[in-house]
Design a protein around this ligand. Structure first.
Ligand SMILES: NC(=O)C1=CN([C@@H]2O[C@H](COP(=O)(O)OP(=O)(O)OC[C@H]3O[C@@H](n4cnc5c(N)ncnc54)[C@H](O)[C@@H]3O)[C@@H](O)[C@H]2O)[C@H](O)CC1
Ligand SMILES: [K+]
Length: 495
């Protein structure tokens, strides 16, 4: 089975580089391998003999550019090279790489970008330390404005390697070659959109080194959780596959709970029940078949239902209403120590009251699934959680604070566990931004937890399966479709 994808932050990557050097690979050798990988990638984008403009910066990223330029010129390309700053300011491996380049070195502004068939962006990599301005800003502006395809070295210049943010301005690449492992910026937005197709080149830094220096951040793919997915055996019984309870809103707000319930059933929860306020029983009954229905009058009703230990996973939030009653239902579920997924109104009901949730979820597996707005409302007054530039850090801090797994939604959903593990989800499709999509997601997660999948793995698997289901449908997707697409995704996974 393939190992989960390790994602390393720029500082972890630096440590991994140093460790590889300490174990005997000289820095210049790492740079030569990096530059060769860039040259190989450039060959896929530029036909033999065509014109390639290499834009090199003042650090090691620029050094990779010199290596690539030398190799590409040797392979018969017409290579021109522009440097930010002067040759005599280059240091270390970059200075050595520059010595191998026998062609002309011109100031960046003199590079004939418009005439290039391909631009290689080796301006800044993981060492970017401030916003681009003046000459660097102008250089990126010219690259992007040239209309020529850009191949980025390690990451698109101007993108922050750790957060994916644009620092003033950033290169828009068609392809990026990175080294040893993806960095957060290749998965997080807007960096992911700037990077184009990302290729990870092996430059000889072993997985043991990457795992030792990184090891807590992952790309969310099946390798991370496939082994935890339930596979019913021949003698399996529906009662062994868990029983998910989803709380419904009032008579005019019942659809969200049914979407979550349907998703929980499709992902394999043996039984699913919608817990409905008395006045909404009729409308819920008219729409449910395999899913069961139970009257549930507020927190007391929920308390009574949860006396039955077979209800082992609970979803609270979708269209439940923003008020103290919802907070009380959350308290009941927490007290009952069930697998719990909290979304939407269950989160917004705690607007500015996050301190009531401090450590609250330590005692039972819990997943919170806020989007950015819900996250900001929930943690209002907690700058330590809201202010970090990195979405990964925000999710991690919220998880550590609450004791729950936090799934912070978006095109770049981040899932963080209280123990520090985090994963970035990058599949899916913009068509998932549709009413009820989040309700389906929390049903998937709860349905997995009902089958004893641990909270972090359930949240990661739920996000990925949701993304795959959406992507398999594409245009015209509505949330009613999502649960029905889950079997196809599961078939692919459990083959
Ligand atoms: N990961 C690996 O195994 C390898 C990576 N390599 C490449 O090395 C770079 C990182 O190199 P580093 O020298 O640390 O940083 P940069 O080249 O990105 O830039 C540092 C350089 O730029 C100056 N600077 C930073 N921000 C700005 C700014 N906004 N404006 C102007 N100047 C700025 C800073 O002062 C430095 O001078 C990595 O990305 C890979 O491409 C190695 O080749 C080995 C293998
Ligand atoms: K770059």
């Amino acid at each position: 089975m393939t190992a989960p994808e390790l994602v390393l932050t720029p500082s972890e990557m630096k440590q991994a580089d140093l460790e590889a050097m300490a174990r005997g690979i000289p820095g210049i050798e790492l740079m030569r391998r990096a530059g060769r990988a860039v040259a190989d990638s450039a060959e896929k984008l530029a036909s033999p003999g065509s014109r390639i403009a290499v834009v090199s910066g003042p650090g090691q990223n620029g050094g990779d550019g010199f290596v690539a330029a030398t190799i590409l010129a040797g392979r018969g390309y017409r290579v021109s090279l522009g440097l930010l700053g002067s040759l005599d300011r280059l240091t270390g491996d970059a200075a050595e790489a520059a010595r191998d380049w026998t062609g002309a070195v011109v100031p960046i502004e003199e590079l004939p970008l418009q005439e290039a068939d391909l631009i290689v962006d080796a301006l800044f990599g993981t060492g970017l330390s401030r916003d681009l301005d003046g000459a660097t800003r102008h250089a990126v502006d010219r690259m992007n404005g040239s209309g020529r395809p850009i191949l980025a070295v390690d990451l698109p210049s101007g993108i922050d390697g750790g957060t994916g943010a644009v620092r003033g301005i950033a290169v828009k690449a068609v392809r990026t070659v990175t080294f040893a492992a993806r960095k957060p910026c290749h998965l997080l937005m807007p960096g992911r959109a700037h990077a184009g197709l990302v290729e990870v080149a092996d430059i000889g830094i072993g997985r043991d080194i990457l795992a030792a220096k990184g090891g807590s951040l992952f790309g969310n793919d099946p390798a991370l959780w496939l082994a935890s997915l339930p596979r019913p055996g021949l003698s399996s019984h529906k009662y062994e596959r868990g029983h998910t309870l989803v709380a419904s809103g009032g008579a005019t707000r019942t659809g969200a709970a049914r979407l979550a319930a349907r998703a929980a059933l499709r992902i394999g929860s043996g039984l699913v029940t919608v817990a409905s306020p008395p006045e909404a029983l009729g409308v819920n009954a008219a729409h449910l078949t395999a899913i069961m229905l139970k009257g549930c009058d507020g927190p007391e009703g929920l308390h009574a239902i949860l006396q039955d230990a077979r209800f082992n996973a609970v979803v609270l939030g979708p269209a439940l209403g923003v008020h103290a009653g919802t907070r009380a239902m959350v308290a009941v579920a927490v007290q009952a120590r069930r697998n719990l997924v909290l979304d939407a109104d269950a989160l917004t009901s705690f607007e500015g009251l996050a301190s009531e949730l401090h450590g609250a979820f330590r005692h039972a597996p819990t997943v919170l699934t806020p989007h950015d707005g819900e996250f900001a409302r929930l943690f209002k007054g907690h700058p330590d959680i809201l202010d970090p530039e990195s979405k990964i850090e925000r999710a991690r801090r919220a998880a550590a604070y609450s004791g729950a797994v936090v799934l912070l939604k978006g095109a770049d959903t981040v899932i963080a566990a209280p123990d520090g593990r985090a994963a970035i989800n990058a599949n899916g499709t913009p068509y998932l931004a549709t009413a009820g999509s989040g309700d389906t997601l929390c049903g998937l997660i709860a349905g997995l937890m009902a089958q004893d999948v641990p909270a972090f793995e359930a949240a990661c698997a739920g996000a990925w399966i949701h993304g795959e289901a959406g992507a398999s449908f594409g245009p015209g997707l509505i949330s009613e479709d999502l649960a029905e697409l889950v079997p196809g995704v599961l078939r692919g996974l459990l083959r």
